[in-house]
Design a protein around this ligand. Structure first.
Ligand SMILES: NC(=O)c1ccc[n+]([C@@H]2O[C@H](COP(=O)([O-])OP(=O)(O)OC[C@H]3O[C@@H](n4cnc5c(N)ncnc54)[C@H](OP(=O)(O)O)[C@@H]3O)[C@@H](O)[C@H]2O)c1
Length: 366
């Protein structure tokens, strides 16, 4: 199989090189000049992008004052939301920390370790009434502050391979990750229109690069990115900025290997016996082992700093993509712009070198 791919790839490369050589030979000089102009143009765009990034960081880094500015964050029980609530509180923002369980350990820790300014708000982003109550709570407790930003951070990950996930896994994931930000944004927009504030949506690398064996989560994050991209235009007229944060893998409860194994077990428990038999016990066992091969970064400050910039810069970027280092950034960028056939080959290669298991009956169906 790999031999056939190599043959097709080499033939494609040689044909392209040959065609370009022939074109160069037969086309009049004026036309090849157009080619070189086009190449120069592309180079100019790349250089302009790099210098613009540099100039923006250097000269457009003014920050707004946090005094009397309130920020509402969902999903503060743990992970990014929890750490962000602490960070923004320490910077002087009036933080409304939305917690799924307002009497849980996450909320207790926030109360203990933050200033009196920080207030816990019970909120379940899948429920209209709960979100409405959160809006009322914020309105009643803003005092002299204005609502400057909302951070749609609450998220879940359920479901892995499509056949080994239930429809409920898909529904739950979409309800929290995709509809949740819509519900919260709609409810808080009247307050944000008054302050000409910000909407910060915590999407994911999975919102622009598909994660294999993780369709439900990938769908939900593509939807979240689409939501940000679309409403950015319609809310511009109100002076509201929409910023999408798209991190790669970082260490939180969501990426904890024990939690991933538990979620795989929960999904598989709901699968038909026949399907389970086609995949085989060994596959399921090895799949669980392999799902722990994705190494998350402990540098979650990269994500927190990106969100803080989105909230506090006068001129924030539209999108932040926090990565652990330049190599993962380059890898994801390369993957993102690769043609689909190359993506397929890259993933095949990665699965091959990590000895990813095959379902028991996969070979019989070829
Ligand atoms: N960690 C990563 O590598 C990574 C990468 C890219 C994007 N993200 C995104 O970052 C966001 C935060 O995730 P995290 O990594 O910090 O994981 P996390 O620690 O599991 O945090 C998710 C938070 O959302 C809360 N939550 C779940 N369902 C909710 C609901 N229906 N209503 C309100 N809150 C709800 C959770 O509460 P409980 O703790 O009570 O369940 C938890 O506090 C998510 O949107 C996630 O998709 C994470």
């Amino acid at each position: 199989m790999i031999g056939r791919y190599a043959l097709v790839g080499t033939t494609h490369f040689l044909c392209t090189a040959l065609a370009l050589k022939i074109l160069n030979f037969i086309l009049p000089c004026s036309l090849t000049c157009y080619y070189s102009c086009a190449a120069n143009f592309v180079m100019c765009i790349i250089v302009a992008k790099l210098t613009f990034g540099f100039t923006k960081r250097k000269f457009l880094s003014d920050k707004i004052q946090p005094d009397n500015r309130a920020v509402f964050i969902t999903g503060c029980d743990s992970g990014f939301g929890h750490a962000l609530a602490k960070q923004l509180d320490s910077k002087g923002f009036h933080v409304f920390a939305g917690c799924l369980d307002a009497s849980g350990s996450g909320a207790d820790e926030l109360k203990k370790n933050c200033t009196k300014r920080l207030q816990i708000v019970p909120v379940d982003v899948t429920k209209d009434d709960s979100v409405k109550e959160a809006v009322n709570f914020v309105k009643e407790n803003m005092a002299t502050s204005e609502l400057w930003a909302i951070v749609n951070n609450a998220g879940i990950q359920k479901g892995f391979l499509v056949e080994l996930s239930s429809i409920q896994d898909f529904k739950d994931t979409l309800e929290v990750n995709a509809i949740g930000p819509v519900r919260v944004t709609k409810a808080f927009l009247p307050l944000l229109r008054q302050s000409r504030g910000r909407i910060v949506n915590i999407a994911s690398i999975a919102g622009h690069v598909e994660l294999p064996m993780c369709a439900a989560y990938t769908m939900s994050k593509f939807a979240c990115v689409g939501f940000s991209e679309s409403i950015r235009h319609e809310l511009d007229v109100w002076g509201i900025r929409v910023i999408s944060i798209e991190p790669e893998f970082f260490e939180t409860n969501m990426t904890d290997s024990g939690n991933i194994s538990r979620r795989i077990d929960e999904s598989i428990a709901a699968v038909d016996g026949d399907v389970k038999a086609d995949y085989g016990e060994q596959f399921i066992k090895n799949f669980k082992m392999h799902s722990n091969l994705v190494v998350s970064s402990s540098r979650i400050h990269k994500v927190l700093n990106a969100i803080e910039l989105a909230i506090s810069l006068e001129h924030p970027d539209f999108v932040y993509r926090p990565c652990r280092n330049i190599f993962t950034r380059m890898f994801f960028k390369f993957y993102e712009i690769s043609p689909k056939v190359l993506k397929l080959l890259i993933i095949k290669f990665l699965l091959y070198i990590t000895n990813f298991p095959k379902p028991k009956e996969a070979d019989n169906n070829l």
